[in-house]
Design a protein around this ligand. Sequence first.
Ligand SMILES: [Zn+2]
Length: 283
Amino acid sequence: MEIKYFDAHTHAHFPVYGDDGNLIVEHAASAGVGFVTVGTSKSTSADAVSFAEKYENVWACIGLYPGHAVESSRDEDEYGILEKKDMMPAEPFDYDFFKTLAESKKVVAVGECGLDLSYGETEEKIEAQRNEFIKQIKFANEIEKPLMIHCRDLYKELAELLITHYQLPITHPPIIHSFRGTIEEAKIFLDLGCYFTFGGVITFPPKKNGIIYADVINEIPIEYLLSETDAPWVAPVPYRGKRNEPAYVAEVVKKLAEIKNVSEEAMREQILKNTKSAFGIEF
Ligand SMILES: [Zn+2]
């Protein structure tokens, strides 16, 4: 198939899709969409790799989500667990396990990992996230793959960790997924050569006192932009509220083109080019 669009961050292998995995990939393939399905723990990373290995237009990202580096409640869509209130114990980053997974040629990035203040009620919980993130920075250096970063609120702190622990020069710049920081914070990551991937939320009308995504995106050169869905969550307009899937990523590309005031075709082609260099893949 010819890949025309790329979803850089999605979770097509999560249990929320049940038996629809094949269908989701078929929808993506008929829309010309390739994608990276992202793990969040040992089990969901192993599933991401076996899922990616089945399909030509699918790649995998493996790592430990900051919410899983501490004790936290389970997400039903992610784990298919019915008792939603169950707490999941902290999972340390298991180097040997991930090192073995990374032997698959389908593995193109490390994450989603980072820092998230909503799982950081105490300094201990932030410290635990920091420690697991540092291990993954080192791991990404070692296997020469980009980091897929998830961050909420703690952007300055995250940048400091990258500067301290990333081997410089950065040959595989990190990818900041669903960036929600300020323009000043975006500039710190641009100086490090990071890519930014945006999803369905940029198609929503801005919330009162919320982030104006267009303002941030306008500060990011087009060469550093990627598109994503973060499916099953945050489906873009006009699918808002539905179960999201990678096939919808064209709506995000359309919105990015509108914000950057370029043609949809120019944006689509630029994103494909950026995707190939960000993940070091050919298609
Ligand atoms: Zn995600």
